[in-house]
Write a protein that binds this ligand. Structure first.
Ligand code: URP
Ligand code: ZN
Ligand code: ZN
Ligand code: ZN
Length: 490
């Protein structure tokens, strides 16, 4: 046969177009996009009839924590590369960019990269790539940025909070300065660690330990101040940054102000900031622990509205999951230290920060029926590929250029259902979205021409080890604004 796969009769939705076309796949690539009637079933080994369906570029989730050791001293992530990437494809996401974490006691980033490669290799259902978490920004790490680029890593994440990870402002400047030279995008976790630690102390003095106090201990000002500081530091160096997991509309305002001035400031938000509030942490007993993440879910509808608007107006470049999986029922490392006679419902500060969500990201967002479809594709796939140097191999359906990664939806024939954790493919014992009404779920996920998820025909049919490591190039979004940077000019 001329082609390996044809997807016929559907509506193709990309970030810049919505059009009825048939798709032909050959050797894992998009070979042709063709008007109706040109391609026919006899021309391929396999045919999907997508009548009534929508074909989108496969989801790209650029913020996922898998198989990270106990970096925060609070237990290891529950998903490894096998279970995390399996969960991804079942939810329509074909590419993950996960983290390769460097410990503070480890001067080398390349060592952290090698260790993470070893954890991922041969275990992945989806394609994958790594951001380096730089928690030791000493001379050794800085000297390795060029080698990281050669190894296909064009982004780093740094933290302004968490004792085990936090960098001083001077270290942030060191990172940004070298990132500028090497054309690396720096992702910044923007929360003021001192404000958080101080507030935790105040809550402890009053013996307030319940999970809900996690929200109180991470006030909006911690996020707002750090966001503005991150923008200021990156503006000084003139280098692109991405502020990760933004939850506060007031922080988003600093970001959009910077963008209006033309600064290369990009931002990310996550489903938890669209669908959860502090009430989700205020549940009897330890239940609230399921929604502990940082920054925390905010007050309510007004905050959600602000974040949706930021997605619509382009303040947010990407919508990632920040899948950071911990077992609720982990008595070994989790609950044992979290719960004591002094705090029988747990102590918020010992609850590992993070929620699972790699599998639910696309369906939850699409089910909310809030974003225009092209905007949905842009923030859940295309922009992540552009920002992190994967475009147009990923995030697009361009013949001859893009991998044949597709998420295929059938919104019309879809019956609403209630989400339960038992449907999901991660290794976590809960979902923060238990019981939600879902209106959408991908019927097919296609990765490089192979059907890896078929909701009604076997479910997960991809193979462990099919996922490939993706070497990334420089960002294709706007970078620094001037060629030269000289300290004498200030
Ligand atoms: O609560 C969160 N977000 N945990 C994951 C770690 C991080 O900072 O992204
Ligand atoms: Zn973070
Ligand atoms: Zn809401
Ligand atoms: Zn994260």
């Amino acid at each position: 046969a001329e082609y390996d796969l044809l997807v016929l009769n559907g509506l193709v939705v990309t970030h810049d177009n919505t059009v009825e076309l048939d798709i032909a796949v050959k050797d894992g690539k998009i070979a042709k996009l063709s008007p109706r009637g040109v391609l026919n079933g006899g021309m391929a080994k396999k045919v999907i009839d997508a009548e009534g369906g929508m074909m989108m570029p496969g989801g790209v989730d650029a913020h996922v924590h898998l198989d990270e050791p106990a970096l925060f001293g609070k237990g290891e992530t529950a998903d490894n590369y096998e279970t995390g990437t399996r969960s991804a494809i079942a939810g329509g996401t074909t590419t993950l960019i996960t983290f390769a974490p460097q410990r503070k006691t480890e001067p080398s980033l390349l060592a952290a990269l090698a260790a993470t490669h070893a954890r991922a290799k041969g275990n992945c259902y989806s394609d994958y790539s790594f951001h380096l978490i730089c928690s030791n920004a000493g001379p050794k790490a800085i000297s390795e940025f060029a080698a990281l680029r050669k190894a296909g890593v064009s982004s780093l994440k740094i933290y302004m909070t968490y004792e085990a990870l936090q960098l001083k402002d001077s270290e942030i400047l060191d990172v940004l300065f070298e990132a500028r030279k090497q054309k690396i995008v720096t992702m910044i976790h923007a929360e003021n660690g001192a404000i958080i630690d101080w507030t935790i102390k105040k809550l402890e003095e009053k013996k307030l330990f319940a999970p809900k106090y996690h929200v109180t201990s991470h006030p909006p000002v911690a996020e707002i101040e750090a966001t503005y500081r991150a923008i200021s530091l990156s503006g000084f160096i003139d280098v692109p940054i991405l502020i990760v997991h933004v939850s506060s509309p007031a922080a988003a305002k600093h970001i959009s102000d910077a963008q209006r001035k033309g600064l290369p400031v990009y931002a990310e938000t996550c489903p938890q900031y669209l669908f959860l509030t502090r009430k989700d942490l205020d549940k009897p007993g330890f239940e609230g622990a399921k929604c502990v993440c940082s920054p925390p879910p905010r007050e309510g509808e007004q905050d959600h509205e602000g974040i949706w608007r930021g997605l619509e107006d382009g303040t947010f470049t990407v919508l990632s999951s920040d899948h950071c999986p911990f077992l609720y029922d982990n008595t070994e490392i989790g609950k044992k230290s979290v719960i004591s006679s002094e705090y029988p419902n747990g102590h918020f500060k010992y609850i590992p920060n993070g929620c699972p969500g790699v599998e639910t990201r696309l369906s939850l967002t699409l089910s909310a029926n809030r974003l225009q479809l092209q905007k949905f594709v842009e923030v859940t796939s295309t922009n992540a590929a552009k920002l992190y140097g994967l475009y147009p191999r990923k995030g697009a359906l361009i013949s001859g250029e893009s991998d044949a990664d597709l998420t295929i939806w059938y919104p019309e024939g879809m019956k609403e259902f209630e989400l339960t954790n038992s449907m999901l493919h991660h290794n976590v014992d809960y979902t923060p979205y238990e019981g939600r009404t879902m209106k959408q779920w991908p019927r097919y996920t296609v990765l490089r021409g192979e059907v890896v998820w078929a909701r009604d025909e076997g479910g997960l049919i991809g193979k462990k080890g099919y996922g490939e490591f993706l070497k990334r190039d420089v960002s294709s979004l706007a970078g620094c604004r001037s060629e030269e940077w000289d300290v004498e000019n200030f």
